[in-house]
Design a protein around this ligand. Structure first.
Ligand code: ADP
Length: 400
């Protein structure tokens, strides 16, 4: 089945057309600057040169129309007509407690996703715009929603509850949800295959390290704890997000600086983390260059990041009563050898015998094992593929 995978943001829409029979990506691309002027569609048929189309898109419906036009264009297209698309899979950020797996999208499901917008005010409404646009243009094509939070719904109460009153959970749904679930699921599945052990015996820490980062403890193939929480602000310090801090700092900042909620939110989400500490950039490539040319704060930022990731590996090894594998994935995890080296240094006490030479030489963005052959704990670099999970789930549900 040919599945169109859609990842809609507030002003962007990423897409991939995937043939699920052979898991081949036929074409992919992105629409940017939707509804804000200067819109552009990037379209890349696999194995061919990318094409850029500059044309105003006043909303997501325009964007989806342009994607379809590009896919069926007589000369540069990859399919003959829209009817070749068997189903559409949508990435949805927040599924709350309502969704622990992917679902066929109905009007009732749309309503539920809408209700959950309260928990993800930036993301769910944007995801819904993508759903509505596709529904308008392809009303008869089945659509499936795949949730970032779904994989983490297996966490036990001791992991998902905060030390607040139980009413905060019961009345306001304040709990840990976790994010990047599709990625943690994909790489942990692959790691289980690579380990070659029965799934129920496996204990894996998956490190999704990108612009946003999260670490997950995957025991017996299930997420039992994860570093992001009620929102994607919790956990390790990230590109521009602060990650874990003493909650009292929020009150202190508001008091000292006379900031309102909006200001604190912006400060902790956009001006903190690697950017805030280094004063240079949120991008690890820039940080590494700055650090090499002697910028002390850039070095401290990266050290702090690695230190926090390492602490999670230790904590989750204890939570799972042991460890069989560590997985690195996403932009930083797949590409930044120095970050991996800093995180893995000194973990031999856990049974991690890293081959630092292998780590240094392993090709960027390719699957690799970076531990020595006898290492009790294996360390894998596994490129994530959230779109493939969405395509697989979509085909499976649409065929039913
Ligand atoms: P997002 O969270 O936005 O999906 P990604 O997983 O794509 O992010 O990761 C993006 C980040 O990956 C960049 O901000 C950059 O810090 C890092 N990155 C990408 N390529 C490299 C590289 N070659 N070396 C080091 N870091 C890289």
């Amino acid at each position: 089945m040919k599945v169109l995978v859609i990842n809609a943001g507030s002003s962007s829409l990423k897409y991939q057309l995937i043939d699920t029979e052979n898991e081949y990506v036929i074409a992919k691309g992105i629409c940017e600057r939707i509804a804000i002027g200067g819109s552009v569609l990037c379209y890349k048929p696999t194995g061919k040169d990318p094409i850029e189309v500059k044309k105003d898109m006043k909303n997501h419906t325009d964007a989806v129309k342009m994607v379809l036009d590009a896919l069926i264009a007589p000369d540069t297209g990859v399919i003959k007509s829209m009817s070749e698309i068997g189903a559409v899979g949508h990435r949805i950020v927040h599924g709350g407690e309502r969704f622990s797996s992917s679902v066929l999208i109905t009007d009732e499901i749309i309503k539920t996703i809408e209700e959950l917008s309260e928990l993800a005010p930036l993301h769910n409404p944007a995801n819904l715009m993508g759903i509505r646009a596709c529904k308008e243009i392809m009303p008869d094509v089945p659509m499936v929603g795949v949730f970032d939070t779904a994989f983490h719904q297996t966490m036990p109460p001791e992991a998902y509850l905060y030390g607040l009153s139980y009413d905060a959970y019961r009345e306001m749904m304040i709990r840990r949800y976790g994010f990047h679930g599709t990625s943690h699921y994909y790489v942990s599945r692959r790691a289980i295959e690579l380990l070659g052990k029965p799934e129920h015996e496996t204990r894996i820490v998956t490190c999704h390290l990108g612009n946003g980062s999260s670490i997950t403890a995957v025991k017996g193939g299930k997420s039992i704890d994860t570093s992001m929480g009620f929102t994607p602000l919790e956990g390790v310090p990230m590109g521009t997000r602060c990650g874990n801090i003493d909650p009292a700092i929020v009150m202190y900042l508001m008091d000292k600086k006379n900031w309102d909620i909006k200001k604190v939110k912006e400060y902790m989400n956009k001006k903190s983390g690697m950017l805030g500490i280094s004063g240079v950039s949120s991008d690890f490539r820039d940080l590494s260059a700055a650090s090499e040319s002697g910028n002390e704060r850039a070095k401290i930022a990266v050290d702090l990041f690695c230190y926090h990731v390492k602490k999670y590996i230790g904590a989750y090894s204890a939570a799972m009563n042991g460890l069989d594998a560590i997985v690195f994935t996403a932009g930083v995890g797949e590409n930044d050898r120095e970050v991996r080296e800093k995180i893995l240094a000194g973990l031999d006490f856990l049974g991690v015998d890293t081959d630092f030479e292998l780590n240094r030489n392993c090709p960027r963005g390719k699957e690799a094992v970076i531990t020595k052959p006898g290492s009790k704990v294996k360390v894998f670099v596994i490129p994530t593929d959230e779109e493939m999970v969405i395509a697989r789930d979509t085909a499976a549900l649409a065929k039913r």
